[in-house]
Write a protein that binds this ligand. Structure first.
Ligand code: ACM
Length: 261
């Protein structure tokens, strides 16, 4: 199957322009599963909760959600991307998976980074994996979730073969760490990061780009540069992630000594 990431520099607060930019970038690609960055439609550096609320969308009626539904159907692919989700009085930093058959699933970021704690709610919904075409199982995480090894371990134990990681990374550690996360769980990881800088009032963020796809053997199958705006697609055999043996005598899940940790 073909899996990919899209990396770009969104315009802060300009949802229409960002959706157009994404559509232009994916115009020519063919893919089964494409991951977009965290908050790809709005940008990241909010100055107030008011701004967050103004840019929030409900599922499934929001403009970005309808856009992802249309794209997944037109391009016959599953697509994952981050947005500000409004649900009643709650606001989440969420990621949605839309499948070509119209099914969707929302993941609400559990580990909020820095000022996100002032703006977003967290959710205690259990982790889930989702089956896309050809029976491939995927799990969703959002940016800073990566630093907690339990998250990808949990999704992998639930059967995820591919981790879809929508990100707006600002620290320099994640891309290297994901090689280990992929290897220790024997899963594919697609990190779709954004690029560019945002300076808004007293808030500044510089995003690290370098989106990547890592294999269950910890090999980097594709990696973007720091400032690239592009889509990258690679061919994988997702069933490789079902094999948890790292030597003929070592199964990385069965060999754990859970009682001792
Ligand atoms: C982050 O979680 N967006 C750094």
């Amino acid at each position: 199957m073909k899996i990919g990431f899209l990396q770009f520099n969104p315009f802060f607060g300009k949802v229409d322009e960002n959706l157009i930019k994404v559509e232009i970038l994916i115009n020519k690609i063919r893919c089964d599963l494409l991951v977009l960055p965290e908050l790809f439609n709005t940008g990241y550096t909010f100055k107030s909760k008011d701004e967050v609320l103004k840019l929030s969308e409900s599922v499934p009626s929001g403009k970005t959600i309808r856009f992802l539904k249309r794209i997944s159907s037109e391009k016959n692919m599953s697509i994952v991307g981050g947005f500000v989700e409004r649900n009643g009085k709650k606001v989440y930093n969420s990621s949605i998976l839309y499948c070509e058959n119209g099914e969707y699933y929302v993941y609400r970021k559990k580990h909020l980074y820095r000022y996100e704690k002032n703006y977003f709610d967290t959710s205690n919904e259990p982790y889930r994996v989702f089956t896309i075409k050809n029976g491939v199982k995927i799990g969703l995480i959002v940016c800073f979730d990566w630093i907690f090894p339990e998250v990808i371990r949990k999704l992998s134990l639930l059967g995820a073969q591919i981790i879809c990681h929508s990100a707006n990374l600002v620290m320099p550690y994640c891309q290297d760490a994901m090689i280990t996360r992929a290897l220790e769980n024997r899963v594919f990881i697609i990190t779709a990061n954004r690029t560019g800088i945002e300076k808004r009032g007293r808030f500044y963020n510089g995003f690290t780009g370098m989106s990547q796809i890592v294999s269950p053997e910890g090999r980097i199958l594709s990696k973007a540069g720091e400032g690239d705006e592009l889509v990258s697609v690679v061919n994988i055999n997702a069933s490789v992630a079902l094999n948890k043996f790292i030597t003929p005598l070592n199964n990385i899940f069965d060999d754990r000594q859970i009682d001792m940790y």
